[in-house]
Design a protein around this ligand. Structure first.
Ligand SMILES: Nc1nc2c(ncn2[C@@H]2O[C@H](COP(=O)(O)OP(=O)(O)O)[C@@H](O)[C@H]2O)c(=O)[nH]1
Ligand SMILES: [Mg+2]
Length: 345
């Protein structure tokens, strides 16, 4: 089976915690796969859910097996099927629909696993201190054989009949939302925090919010040099290309620091001048004043004036200002992002 698909079974070991029971491929940091064990740590309800994670999109089924040996009388297990995809809107919808449709297959798979008699006693064999990638390696031949029979049967059922594999994206189709701001205003913190919020929200299961999560993956900090003469993003080393492929901007500054607002505006002005030279339309702009400390905050009037919010709005630009402590106010952060994404999607 191709590397673009992985089927993985995890369980909650009473001694070690979340552990891999078996996987079609060893999951390491370098595989770019989500931390499945962490998913299991945060979820203890039976059910099927989809989780979008950078390069992998996953469908997961959590289930219990009755067991006299387990604390609470139940073993906790999870089946995860993931497909590697690029992160652009249209394809992602297809992949999600596909994963969504595979929920019942995961449920049948779980029923078959539950019928493996030797499984629950085996889950309680002490495995700590033993060096193995998967718990299954320590099982007897009979359990291994019967488990792998089921595993392979369902892996086949899950595999797409047609190629879902995403080709290398044409650079011209790349769309970016750039985070722009002066030094130490919280750009990295903002990005990291959004990833975390997304992770903790994995239970929200409707298709629009999944697409929303995926759009988040197009966020990127626009890099610049000290003199503001050189700009680059992951794909492009000049400002013209970065701007050409932008679909929105997030302007970030420190809400207690006037100079920080002016610096962010200065940087954005260079970006916008390039946009004007390219005769491109101005894409939506989200402005976030990051509330850092308990210090006094800049007046909204100053911010409106600095960023020319009123004038731009009159020109038909979608632009909105939100004061937020990006480190603490997750809900507000997501509301602001939701506003931006709604104007784009
Ligand atoms: N108290 C507080 N500190 C923050 C906040 N946002 C960022 N920081 C801190 O400010 C520093 C600069 O943040 P960073 O994200 O690296 O800024 P960047 O240079 O714009 O990427 C770091 O030490 C962060 O921990 C915030 O909302 N509140
Ligand atoms: Mg940074």
């Amino acid at each position: 089976m191709s590397q673009n698909q992985i089927l993985c079974i995890t369980y909650f070991d009473q001694v070690i915690g979340p552990s891999t029971f078996y996987s079609s491929e060893l999951l390491t940091i370098s595989t770019d796969t989500p931390d499945i064990n962490r998913i299991l740590e945060f979820n203890e309800e039976e059910g099927t859910f989809i989780f979008a994670y950078r390069k992998f999109q996953t469908v997961n089924h959590i289930f219990f097996i009755d067991s006299d040996l387990a604390r609470g009388g139940k073993e906790l297990m999870m089946i995860t099927y993931m497909i590697k995809t690029a992160i652009f809107k249209d394809e992602i919808v297809d992949v999600f629909r596909y994963l969504d449709s595979k929920g019942p297959v995961l449920e049948d798979f779980a029923s078959d696993i539950k019928r493996l008699n030797e499984l629950t006693p085996f889950l309680h064999v002490k495995k700590s201190g033993l060096n193995s990638d998967y718990a299954l390696e320590l099982a007897n031949e009979e359990l291994k054989h019967s488990f792998l029979n089921i595993f392979n049967k369902y892996f086949k059922k899950l595999a797409p009949k047609y190629r879902l594999e995403t080709p290398i994206k044409d650079k011209r189709l790349i769309k970016k939302i750039f985070i722009i701001g002066g030094p130490r205003v919280g750009k990295t913190t903002f990005l990291k925090n959004i990833e975390l919020i997304q992770f903790l929200n994995i239970k929200r299961n409707d298709l629009p919010s999944r697409i929303f999560e995926v759009v988040i993956e197009n966020l990127e900090i626009l890099k610049y040099d000290k003199n503001l003469s050189q700009f680059e993003c992951k794909e492009f080393e000049n400002l013209e290309n970065c701007v050409s492929f932008s679909q929105g901007f997030i302007l970030l500054f420190n809400l207690s620091d006037k100079d920080s607002a002016l610096k962010t505006k200065e940087i954005f002005q260079i970006v916008d001048n390039t946009r004007l030279e390219l005769e491109a339309d101005l894409t939506p702009i989200l402005i976030i004043g990051n509330k850092f400390y308990d210090k006094e905050e800049l007046e909204p009037e100053f911010i409106y004036k600095t960023f020319e919010i009123k004038e731009l709005r009159e020109l038909g630009v979608k632009i909105k200002y939100f004061p937020i402590n990006i480190l603490k106010e997750d809900e507000k952060t997501m509301d602001a992002l939701r506003w931006l994404i709604k104007t784009i999607v």
